[in-house]
Design a protein around this ligand. Structure first.
Ligand code: FBP
Length: 339
């Protein structure tokens, strides 16, 4: 019997666990940690203008980007909660140069590793626009002691779980464990995430493209041609694609997941650090690619499926084209010069 509340995320996770008779509850415990961290960050984001959490933290991350106070707060919130779970061998965060090892006082040789972008869309914090968190879970390949980089440098297709949280008009957590994509909305009055978007499917073709066209002049000709194509009258719809760009990856991705479309962040020669794009393979592209594929869409770097790329470094960047299947196929044709 469905509770009057509707299905809670906890109930759903336990339901997923039952799909694995061999499961002992370790993954469920790990997911509970992520849910708690999302609630803690959501509470603070909702009061951001009232507490001293806006603005710069005064430091730069490994990508040379200015770190925001809310980046550090979210990073700490996730680490503090996940240390307790006892399910992790280590963590990796977009905001930390090195692996985050679990302190000795906690069980620290768990069978999973967690990679996360604690606060996605940092440039939108001060504008009070939608921001998010992205997470990715792999099963360890090393068996002894603490986890190592090797446990993180696995192809995206090997993720056991991927998800994101959107802190927008409401707080929404979307995740997959390889059995479809499901969205849950936080009901602050109950403090529970409730199932609001079961079995999400992305339309095979969209009418929207999302890109920072301010970089247009620095893009490869093929990327320019792709965007010019989106602006031409479409034979079927008789209209050009619409441009929608929030500037927060999870927000742009989430909208396209619901309505169809393509998000693209190509490589550009604006600055040397962007020759492989701006977005991070482990913390952003691979987890969203798993969700896109589970929802019937796809993701590519222009040549290869994002989920089949073997990471070489923890903070590796990758060009990203993600969203509706037909739009991703179209982008691949343009970028590989087959169009
Ligand atoms: P972080 O905020 O986690 O660093 O993420 C990068 C990001 O903000 C994405 O969310 C977004 O899609 C992109 O960068 C925006 O970049 P730009 O300001 O160059 O358009």
């Amino acid at each position: 019997m469905i509770s009057p509340l509707g299905t809670t995320l906890t109930q759903h996770i336990v339901g997923e666990q039952r799909l694995h008779p061999e499961a002992k509850g370790d993954f469920t415990n790990l997911m509970q940690g992520i849910v708690t961290a999302a609630k803690i960050i959501s509470k603070t984001v909702r009061r951001a203008g009232l507490v001293d959490i806006m603005g710069m933290a005064g430091s730069q991350n490994i990508y040379g980007e200015d770190v925001q106070k809310l980046d550090l707060y979210s990073d700490k919130a996730i680490v503090n909660v996940m240390n307790y779970t006892g399910q992790l061998g280590a963590m990796a965060s977009e905001e930390n140069d090195d692996l985050i090892h679990i302190p000795d006082e906690y069980p620290h040789i768990g069978k999973y590793v967690l990679a996360f972008d604690p606060l996605d869309g940092s440039s939108n914090i001060c504008a009070n626009a939608t921001i998010g968190t992205i997470f990715s879970v792999h099963k360890r390949i090393t068996t002894e002691g603490r986890a190592t980089e090797e446990d993180f440098l696995q192809i995206g297709r090997k993720q056991v779980c991927a998800g994101y949280v959107v802190y927008g008009s409401s707080t929404l957590l979307v995740y997959t464990t390889g059995h479809g994509v499901h969205g849950f909305t936080l009901d602050p009055s109950v403090g529970e995430f409730l199932l609001s978007h079961p079995n999400m499917r992305i339309p095979t073709r969209g009418t929207v493209y999302s890109a920072n066209e301010g970089n247009f002049e620095y893009w490869d000709k093929k990327d320019q041609e792709l965007v010019r194509y989106f602006k031409t009258l479409d034979k079927e719809t008789g209209r050009p694609y619409s441009l929608r760009y929030i500037g927060t990856l999870v927000a742009d991705f989430h909208r396209n997941l619901l309505t169809g479309g393509l998000f693209m962040y190509p490589a550009d020669n604006k600055k040397s650090s962007n020759t492989r794009g701006k977005l991070r393979l482990l913390f952003e592209a691979a987890p969203l690619a798993m969700i896109a594929e589970q929802a019937g869409g796809g993701a590519t770097d222009g040549r290869e499926n994002i989920l089949d790329i073997t990471p070489e470094q923890i903070h590796q960047k990758v060009p990203l084209y993600i969203g509706s299947k037909e739009d991703v196929d179209l982008a691949t044709r343009f970028i590989s010069g087959q169009n």
